[in-house]
Design a protein around this ligand. Structure first.
Ligand code: SF4
Length: 515
């Protein structure tokens, strides 16, 4: 039974209990195991029940959606009696599942995230063991470099380059920080990964620590993700008990402990220097770079900061090799990307697809298209730092460079689909409202510029804007980009810029002097 937050919120726990009770009553508790798993991705269709049939030699799957307690009982009875389930279609062959390429989410639907034994049975910590017993730290760094992995939290900086910089940096101590401060509206990739497979991220952190020479990691996770926090606490305790974290991991000289830091929910704390300040117990506000955290991070020590999804890719790369990983994706964007598919799309939820899959394939094949036969208008990627992609670019391969070329960015993986009824000026206003609210106020261009941009957008959506307002916005966009202190302010104008670029007609239709 999917144990993701979406399924939990629609009585997944009751479905789990009914399955267990029915199996018990049928006298099959020895033969049929019923347990919780990580998120299966199709969050709008929960609770989701997946049945695995057969043995290691021959496995079959059935997958049932929107399972209530009565349906759970029918599923358990039918499988206990080895007959088809009446009136319930299995969705295991749906394109939503078959068109995905799970790497980060490979085990989320199998393991019980609260039971380390099921995770170890699925391969958890085998990559850490391989790294510690068969590879020198330098070889681990080289493997990540060769894999072509790029940061999944923002602009796609090469992960291996970051690791080698920290590995070479001088410092009496080094740290690994996992950035789980996921704050983009509509994004829930990192939360789901932490809830569904916490050991994958912890293992990635430990491998990173070994590679760069750090013995301590901090996992920065938002307070509003209590299920992720609870599962991480359980996972850390279980891993320490089995000497997979802590001192002398797997009987080697390598020590690595992980502490959680619970974030208060300020969007700016996703910016790495603000995040470091917050972990140090200071107000979470950015500072100028350089020095970069790789040279001077936590308490002035060299610090490796990667986001949740980046670190979650690491165990698979070490276990299966950089060549395997680099065979997925495009020339410059390797591997897969997890997206939170939301908005006007049939299948909303979490999807993992190879880099380079087109937007059309993601929305129409995996996502099932636009509901009600309406037409696609735009897709927004990259959250408040990203932009909108118009229908003419539906066949765009989704990778770092292609998204940048059309004025948006990969960001952390929010993908909001909009149909023909969406007002793009309103979309821009929404994101600018978010940035205005979340600006930390430290520097003037962002503090005042987001307020000014929002005021103009508000005036335009009210029908009181003028053509001059469009020019003022363009000047402000350049000003914020060039002079803001951190990435929040530099990228805040992006949704306005991209809607002005692709949907200028809509802006002109709003202004009073439209001729
Ligand atoms: Fe704060 Fe915005 Fe300046 Fe960043 S750009 S330091 S968020 S005011």
């Amino acid at each position: 039974v999917c144990g993701g937050l979406g399924c939990e919120s629609v009585a997944g726990a009751a479905v789990l209990e009914r399955l267990r009770a029915t199996v018990r009553d049928a006298g099959k508790a020895e033969e049929i195991e019923v347990h919780l798993t990580g998120c299966r991705g199709l969050c709008e269709a929960g609770p989701i029940v997946e049945v695995e049939l057969g043995d290691a030699a021959r496995r079959e799957r059935r997958l049932y959606l929107r399972v209530d307690e009565a349906a759970a009982e029918r599923i358990a009875r039918a499988h206990a009696e080895d007959r088809p389930v009446e009136d319930l279609r299995s969705h295991h062959d749906d394109p939503f599942f078959t068109r995905q390429t799970p790497v980060v989410l490979a085990h989320a639907g199998e393991i019980d995230p609260e039971d380390i034994e099921t995770c170890i049975a699925a391969g958890a910590y085998s990559a850490l063991e391989k790294a510690l017993t068969q590879m020198a730290p330098r070889e681990v760094v080289e493997e990540i470099v060769r894999s072509g992995l790029r940061g999944r939290g923002g602009a796609g900086y090469p992960t291996g380059l970051k690791w080698s910089t920290v590995a070479k940096a001088e410092g009496s101590r080094k740290f690994v920080v996992c950035n789980g401060d996921e704050g983009d509206p509509g994004a829930f990739m990192d939360r789901s990964v932490l809830e569904g497979d916490p050991h994958e991220v912890l293992e990635g952190m430990a491998i990173a620590g070994y590679a760069v020479g750090a013995d301590h990691g901090y996992l920065f996770v938002r307070a509003e993700h209590p299920l992720a926090i609870a599962r991480l606490r359980t996972a850390i305790a279980q891993a320490e008990r089995l000497h997979l974290l802590g001192n002398r991991i797997l009987d080697t000289p390598f020590d690595f402990r992980v502490d959680l830091r619970i974030a208060g929910g300020a969007y700016v704390c996703g910016e790495e220097t603000a995040l470091i300040a917050s972990i140090e117990g200071k107000r979470g506000s950015p500072r100028p770079r350089p020095p970069y955290p790789a040279a001077s991070g936590l308490w002035g020590m060299p610090t490796l900061i990667n986001n949740v999804e980046t670190l979650a890719n690491v165990p698979a790369i070490v276990a299966q090799g950089s060549a395997w990983f680099a065979s997925i994706g495009t020339e410059h964007s390797k591997g897969t990307k997890v997206f939170a598919l939301a908005g006007d799309v049939v299948n909303t939820g979490l999807v993992e697809v190879p880099m380079g899959m087109t937007l059309r394939e993601i929305i129409y094949d995996v996502g099932g298209g636009i509901p009600g036969g309406r037409r696609f208008k735009a897709a927004q990627t990259g959250g408040p730092s990203g932009g909108c992609i118009p229908a003419r670019h539906l066949d765009l391969p989704v990778d770092y460079e292609s998204l940048q070329a059309v004025g948006t960015m990969m960001g952390s993986g929010g993908l909001i689909v909009m149909d023909e009824s969406a007002c793009m000026v309103d979309v821009a206003r929404f994101f600018m409202d978010f940035c205005r609210e979340q600006s930390c106020g430290k520097c003037v261009p962002c503090r005042a510029g987001t307020v000014q941009l929002h005021a103009i957008l508000e005036r335009i959506t009210r029908g009181a804007g003028t053509r001059d307002d469009l020019q003022r916005m363009e000047e402000l966009i350049e000003l914020l980009r060039a002079t803001s202190l951190c990435g929040l302010g530099q990228a805040a104008p992006n949704p306005v810029a991209s809607t002005l670029r692709w949907f200028r007609d809509e802006y002109l239709a709003h202004v009073v002097d439209r001729r």
